[in-house]
Design a protein around this ligand. Structure first.
Ligand code: CP
Ligand code: NVA
Length: 308
């Protein structure tokens, strides 16, 4: 049994196995209807609990559909409807759920909730986003990059804007998949030293560059995300927007990247804020492939977790 808690906590060989399995399952579906079952039914007879303490469109739907395609069943639970939201401990919740279901995916605020859930559950736990990281997203992003451009190893990935949870998982992935990262954004929103340090320790280059145009120069992949995450207070919105405006991804900025550079955004996006529609809907954008690959990558993550 394996938990999938973060990209740096899963060894590089397992990460590659997961991506290979995601690609194989994607091609095996061969354009059949989304609701149709896969030929292989590795989750037959298995029940998956999907717990959401924050809103979600992609994570919720892609996990739910993925489990069903593989023959399993799901139960979507909102944190506030559970006793979890009324004082029952995470440890007790984990032990109880382990008696009913085969796998837990949880989206939560504080990372400690995820860690405690994994510590006390006797079944696998998957991180569906915390305030600090979003590993399932980045597995889908690596799958997407490699589908379009081949191996990501040695490429230059530029993160523009807020050094947030999605940026953190990209830094984890840089160390594991061997690509270089440049962060460009205001100093107040730099990624945590821990994430930068881990990537550097793994032997890849991480550069902080305040000038967005210099940062994007020669990039193979340009990535951004919302300027106000679900865990950020709405009262900080105006201040954050003022700081982040110079880091908007627009056509002028993309012109500094390689001509065949890809653009990614985990979505949901705020059009004309962190990125213009011209880039989102332009020829370099692969945002909807990323969203689709959440389905395939997570199916492979669940199989790896369950060993099926
Ligand atoms: N990218 C992502 O995780 O989207 P949702 O918040 O809609 O799940
Ligand atoms: N950084 C965003 C990602 C949403 C998928 C958030 O945490 O709200």
């Amino acid at each position: 049994m394996n938990h999938f808690l973060d990209i740096h906590k899963t060894d590089a060989t397992a990460l590659r196995t997961i991506l290979d399995s995601a690609a194989a399952m994607k091609s095996a579906r061969n354009g059949r209807p989304r609701g149709a079952a896969d030929d292989e039914q590795p989750l037959k007879g298995q029940m998956v609990a999907l717990i959401f303490e924050k809103p979600s469109t992609r994570t919720r739907v892609s996990f739910d559909v993925g489990v069903r395609q593989m023959g399993g069943e799901t139960m979507v639970l909102s944190g506030s409807d559970m006793q979890l939201g009324h004082g029952e401990t995470i440890a007790d919740t984990a032990r109880v759920l382990s008696r009913y279901v085969d796998l837990i995916m949880i989206r939560t605020f504080d990372e400690s909730v995820l860690i405690e859930m994994a510590e006390y559950a006797s079944i696998p736990v998957i991180n569906g986003l915390t305030d600090r990281t979003h590993p399932c997203q980045i597995m889908a992003d690596i799958q997407t990059y490699e589908e379009h451009r081949g191996p990501i190893k040695g490429k230059k990935v530029v993160w523009c804007g807020d050094g947030n949870n999605v940026c953190a998982s990209f830094l984890h992935a840089a160390g594991q998949f061997g690509f270089d990262m440049v962060f460009t954004g205001p100093a107040q929103l730099d990624p945590e030293d821990e994430f930068v340090g881990l990537a550097r320790k793994a032997g890849v280059s991480v550069t902080i560059e305040r000038d967005a145009e210099k940062a994007v120069d020669g990039a193979d992949l340009v990535v951004t995300d919302t300027w106000v995450s679900m865990h950020d207070s709405q009262s900080s919105k105006e201040r954050r927007h003022n700081m982040l405006r110079p880091y908007q991804v627009n056509d002028a900025l993309m012109a500094h990247a390689k001509p065949d550079a890809l653009f990614m955004h985990c979505l949901p996006a705020h059009r004309e804020e962190e990125v213009t529609s011209s880039v989102m809907d332009g020829p370099n954008s692969v945002i909807f492939d990323e969203a689709e690959n959440r389905l395939h990558a997570q199916k492979a993550i669940m199989r790896w977790c369950l060993g099926v």
